[in-house]
Ligand binder design. Structure first.
Ligand SMILES: NC(=O)c1ccc[n+]([C@@H]2O[C@H](COP(=O)([O-])OP(=O)(O)OC[C@H]3O[C@@H](n4cnc5c(N)ncnc54)[C@H](O)[C@@H]3O)[C@@H](O)[C@H]2O)c1
Length: 438
């Protein structure tokens, strides 16, 4: 953490946001940002654009917008780019994703058409249900990493950018078991040269980004920079990283409900969650090994919130089941069903049913925007390594070794806002004394 009120570099010039994966989430972010810039939409769901922050005592009545409080990059200074295994430009890809209406997409057609994906580093070994033609070739993984570094540097130079950040919006890769090749940067680089199979495509992107000094956020549940080699490299080279797995849809609901149930010391016997979705993400997650990556990030949430070791009478026997069902007619409009079996005074059972008809990418786009803007802010503030204060946006927050992740969304929000207060030399709000509500 930086010193309280340390100097933050102003966001001069333009910020590049590079997205590996120009699918539903990526194109919804780009289309939405351009619609906002044209005055055709509001940045709903974005804390950086709409959120406020209380400063000092409640009686002081100082509540600026977050974007007026910390020096964030203005939306007009963002340049988007990315990679994809499909050569479609962002306009074509947005139409395929079918998240926004054609009418809305057409309003920003030229801006979207201008974004053509660079050739991806991709191996179907790590994303089984997918393959496409727009891929790089090279004699080994190190050579592919070098090609990505060239892409990153050229993107920065060609667009006359001051800074670049990367947010992974590509497909979820399969679950990988720990391998010693991940343990140090030396073994990792040797593994790249030797085409080690424990190094996935997303790890090659993360490595290339860090080598270029670019902050990196992982929006998917798979392992990427949360391996010792890349985590240590980011800290040693003072580069901020964050992740993982955007907190949207069902897990967002879980982290709203579970802290409330626990706060009132109500017990939970079972929590069954099922998702019905028909987008490409759903198709990829239909594959058991990709689902395994997601299952781990989705199920660990409740364990951390309920702390069954501390409250065994309430949560020790909690049966938690998560299902993802691929059902093409649903498209991007995911349906989440939760059945929660709770119990109260004298063990009397009750049930809560939640049926969330959500739009995955509509929820995810502002999360990606905020993560990109905040990780750039962290970089300009001299903060590096894992940015735990960005856990607010993540289903499975990465944390320093030996710490447990915080999943309660309200604690996460307090940590985020207190980090901003600390950055600007303001007093932290502890909710003690009279300052009870924010
Ligand atoms: N939408 C949400 O609410 C949400 C929430 C949490 C996490 N996520 C994650 O975000 C990611 C994107 O979701 P989506 O709905 O946009 O999926 P999508 O399938 O629409 O888009 C992913 C894109 O990534 C591309 N891709 C795959 N591997 C690549 C690689 N190695 N390099 C470059 N491009 C690659 C695919 O071709 C595809 O166009 C997924 O991993 C998903 O699990 C999404």
């Amino acid at each position: 953490m930086i010193e309280k009120g340390a100097k933050i570099q102003e966001p001069r010039g333009k910020l590049g946001i590079l997205l590996p994966g120009l699918g539903a989430v990526g194109t919804t972010l780009i289309a939405g940002t351009n619609l906002i810039l044209k005055g055709e939409a509001k940045p709903i769901g974005s804390l950086t654009q709409m959120g406020t922050i209380r400063l000092g005592k409640r009686t002081e009545d100082r509540v600026p917008k977050i974007k007026d409080f910390v020096p964030l990059t203005d939306l007009k200074d963002i340049v988007f780019g990315g990679w994809d295994i499909f050569p479609d430009n962002a306009y074509e890809s947005a139409l395929t994703a079918n998240v926004m209406s054609k009418e809305d997409i057409n309003k920003v057609k030229p801006e979207l058409e201008a974004i053509k994906p660079m050739k991806a580093v991709f191996d179907p070994k790590y994303v089984k249900r997918l393959d496409g033609p727009n891929k790089k070739t090279g004699k080994n993984k190190m050579e592919l990493a070098e090609q990505l570094m060239a892409d990153m540097n050229n993107f920065k130079k060609d667009n006359n950018l001051d800074r670049v950040v990367i947010v992974w919006t590509g497909s979820t890769e399969i679950y990988l078991e720990h391998d010693p090749v991940w343990d140090s940067i030396e073994s990792f680089e040797k593994g790249l040269v030797e085409n080690h199979e424990a190094i996935s495509s997303s790890m090659i992107y993360a490595y290339a980004a860090l080598k270029c000094g670019i902050p990196y956020v992982n929006g998917a549940p798979h392992m990427t920079h949360d391996i010792p080699a890349l985590d240590a490299y980011a800290s040693e080279h003072r580069i901020p990283i964050a992740g993982k797995d955007f907190k949207t849809g069902q897990t967002f609901m879980k982290t709203l409900l579970a802290p409330g149930i626990k706060a009132r010391m109500l017990g939970v016997r079972g929590w069954f969650s099922t998702n019905i979705l028909g987008n490409r993400d759903g198709e990829v997650l239909d594959e058991p090994l990709s689902f395994r990556s997601k299952e781990i990030t989705k199920t660990s949430v409740l364990d951390y919130i309920f702390q069954p070791d501390k409250y065994p009478e309430l949560y020790k026997d909690l049966y938690h089941k998560v299902r993802i069902n691929y059902y093409p007619p649903s498209g991007d409009n995911k349906e989440g069903w939760d059945n929660i079996d709770i119990f109260g005074w004298c063990n009397y059972p009750m049930q809560i049913k939640v049926n969330f008809l959500c739009r995955d990418s509509i929820l995810a786009a502002p999360v990606v925007l905020d993560l990109a803007l905040f990780i750039d802010l962290a970089n300009r503030a001299g903060m590096y390594g894992i940015q735990e204060w960005l856990s607010f946006y993540c289903k499975s927050p990465i944390v320093a070794k030996g710490l447990y992740p915080e999943h309660d969304i309200f604690i996460q929000l307090m940590k985020l806002k207190n980090t901003l207060r600390h950055m600007k030399g303001e007093d932290l709000i502890t909710h003690l004394g009279l300052d009870y509500y924010e």
